[in-house]
Design a protein around this ligand. Structure first.
Ligand code: FES
Length: 124
């Protein structure tokens, strides 16, 4: 595990963006526990740090896919373009045949005022 943040930088209801070995991460705190995902939307691999964040849900700024930051679960898949909702047939086109997939979650530990995370071995 490697240090990725100070504990007080990772707050409930907010995303904290950082990098670990060149991989961009998003961290937050859910039920008092720090959590981390790789900042890479599973639709087209775009970064999601500029997306909206509400409760535990990240909305991708590009096509509106939504994910739970704690579990990585996909909650909604390709809903529009740059915040503009589109009809279902258009969303299917934008989806380019990709099927919904969860974000990659990381094991996280917290001790001595710091948050530590570990990348999956295949994340390079
Ligand atoms: S890149 Fe995130 S929904 Fe398309």
């Amino acid at each position: 595990m490697q240090r990725v943040a100070a504990s007080d930088e990772v707050r409930a209801g907010e995303m904290f963006s950082t990098t670990l070995d060149g991989t961009k991460l998003l961290l937050s705190r859910v039920d008092g526990k720090a959590c981390a995902v790789i900042d890479k939307c599973t639709h087209l691999g775009m970064p999601m740090r500029k997306g909206s964040f509400e409760g535990t849900v990240i909305t991708c700024p590009f096509h509106g896919s939504r994910f739970d930051i704690q579990t990585g679960e996909n909650l909604d898949w390709v809903t529009g373009v740059m915040g503009v909702k589109m009809p279902q047939w258009t969303c299917k086109l934008i989806g380019l045949g990709k099927t919904p997939a969860p974000l990659t979650t990381l094991p996280v530990e917290e001790r001595d005022g710091s948050v530590y995370a570990q990348l999956p071995s295949n994340s390079a």
